[in-house]
Design a protein. Structure first.
Length: 128
């Protein structure tokens, strides 16, 4: 069986490494990037099962990344988890309606909680 694949876009190196380690340990194929533009370039040539993206990143924010993905028919349906410290400043309902967001995680959150969601989501997606 092929491992589900995850792309992570997170500018904080320590948190990116924690997420990468956790998702790899959970048995997923993981690629991590320090900004949204790098993640987008990879997604254009890589059939990821899930994107995990930070909202606040230099050069290309999480929402900018989601907009680029939505505008690219080849990858527009990649589901995404948006991680943000700006929960009250974002119109989360609008974001969920506009993009393929399957969850919004408000920082600080437990990486284990994210891992549990990712496992449940990808298992359900494979079963469908």
């Amino acid at each position: 069986m092929v491992k589900p694949s995850i792309v992570i876009a997170e500018d904080d190196p320590a948190f990116r490494n924690v997420l990468h380690f956790l998702m790899t340990r959970m048995g997923f194929a993981v690629e991590s990037f320090s900004d949204g533009q790098l993640a987008y370039e990879r997604l254009k040539s890589y059939a990821a099962d899930l994107l995990i993206t930070d909202q606040q990143m230099p050069h290309c924010s999480g929402i900018d990344l989601l907009q680029k993905i939505a505008n690219d028919e080849a990858i527009a349906d990649i589901p995404a988890v948006l991680c943000t410290a700006k929960g009250l400043e974002l119109d989360t309902q609008s974001l969920v309606e506009r993009f393929s967001i399957v969850a919004i995680m408000h920082k600080p959150f437990s990486p284990r909680k994210l891992g549990q969601f990712v496992r449940e989501f990808l298992v359900a997606r494979q079963a469908a």
